[in-house]
Design a protein around this ligand. Structure first.
Ligand SMILES: Cc1ncc(COP(=O)(O)O)c(C=O)c1O
Length: 392
């Protein structure tokens, strides 16, 4: 039949495969003058454009300091190092591994906490159970661009005298109760890699209202050398190149449009998928704004008729790329399994049922509609697909 899903021999719903993400880059003509300036000045790293990018980001986010680094991971490592944190840090297990790697690179013990079943952010109410005399801080993550409950986090941090650091890798342009994130906690660290809403090709940017911390971070990204070759701290070689800063500056000019486009794409997903049985969405507080770094769904196998993994295979046959972010969760990965003795049931459920669908800022609305149509027809044929996948 015409309607048959591709996995059952039908025609794929799209002719051109749809990737999970694509960077939205500034027009090439828009960067040629800047590139020329970089080439002719000979100042090709950590110079004029890096300073301008830092200023523009600080102005946009309403923070006192923005410090460019080579990537988000080195930014997280440097923040922990510059704050001289030791002991234990509480963090979600449902995150990308770089969040926890930054702790291990600083000899800090990660203490994994479950996530909230609806927001997929760290479960703030569970945190006090994990606080010991060694706990020095909390590393939260704005998952997929959905802001963490800052007010709840601040209450706990104040009560137990803990530092808050936020891995804001996904969250450039995210708003918590109407305010752009970036100035919460002691520092937030954004990722500017190709899959992010604001991309500098590669890169990271640390934001803080603490001038002294910013000074240390600027030294830290340059090996720890304050300029006189007498190192003050164990730094990294983590400067941002001028080319990356130039791309970042041009992309930032357009950021509000990019967010509006993603919000519109997310609305199309919601409208077209909300009546399907077994599909649910990340809850975003009505007064918040997600950057929609990712658009995720939770697939309940019994209600939908297929598991998350089966849906992903069926979508691949339609030419639609998906990702199982973040599966397995950190506490079930080889590197981290020794740091935990209990299970994290919500994290384990979310991790094994979540599927991220394609979203990027210049994606066409028709592409989202096609993806939704594909999910609908896969659902209509779930019994046949189930049979095919379990017998093959
Ligand atoms: C939550 C989170 N933290 C950190 C990173 C690492 O960023 P980078 O590749 O810039 O080091 C990522 C990358 O996607 C991420 O998703």
């Amino acid at each position: 039949v015409k309607d048959k899903p591709a996995i059952l021999g039908g025609k794929p719903i799209v002719q051109e495969p749809i990737p999970i993400a694509r960077p939205t880059l500034p027009d090439i003509h828009n960067i040629s003058d800047g590139l020329n300036r970089i080439y002719t000045s000979g100042m090709i790293t950590n110079s004029y454009y890096v300073r301008e990018f830092e200023k523009n980001v600080a102005d946009y986010l309403g923070v006192k300091e923005a410090v460019c680094v080579a990537n988000c991971t080195s930014g997280l490592i440097l923040v922990l190092r510059a704050l001289e944190l030791t002991g234990e840090i509480i963090l979600p297990s449902f995150t990308f591994f770089a969040t926890a790697h930054a702790l291990l690179w600083n000899n800090i013990t990660p203490v994994f906490v479950d996530c909230d079943p609806e927001t997929y952010n760290i479960n703030i109410e569970a945190i006090p159970r994990y606080i010991t005399s060694h706990t020095c801080g909390i590393m939260a993550v704005h998952m997929f661009g959905n802001p963490v409950d800052i007010s709840g986090l601040h209450d706990i941090a104040t009560k137990y005298n803990l530092k808050i650091i936020i891995d804001s890798a996904h969250a450039f342009g995210t708003k918590y109760r109407g305010r752009l994130v970036g100035g919460f906690g002691i520092a937030e660290v954004f990722c500017l890699s190709p899959t992010k809403i604001l991309t500098a090709v590669e890169g990271g940017i640390i934001t803080t209202n603490d001038h002294n911390l910013a000074r240390k971070l600027r030294i830290g990204r340059d090996y720890g050398n304050p300029g006189n070759y007498d190192c003050e701290l164990l730094g990294l070689s983590a400067r941002m190149e001028e080319f990356n800063a130039l791309i970042g500056i041009k992309a930032l000019d357009n950021i509000e449009t990019l967010i509006q486009k993603r919000t519109r794409l997310a609305e199309i997903y919601y409208a077209n998928l909300k009546h399907l049985p077994g599909i649910s969405f990340q809850r975003i507080h009505p007064e918040d704004r997600s950057s929609y770094k990712d658009f995720s769904i939770i697939v309940d196998d019994k209600e939908f008729g297929l598991s998350r993994d089966q849906l992903s295979v069926a979508l691949a046959a339609e030419g639609i790329d998906t990702r199982k972010y973040f599966s397995p969760p950190l506490h079930q990965q080889k590197l981290y399994s020794n740091y935990i003795k209990h299970s994290l049931p919500v994290t384990e459920y979310v991790s094994s049922h979540i599927l991220c669908l394609p979203i990027y800022s210049h994606m066409e609305e028709i592409q989202v509609e096609n993806i939704c149509n594909a999910i609908h027809r896969i659902h209509r044929y779930h019994r046949e697909i189930q049979m095919k996948l379990t017998t093959s």
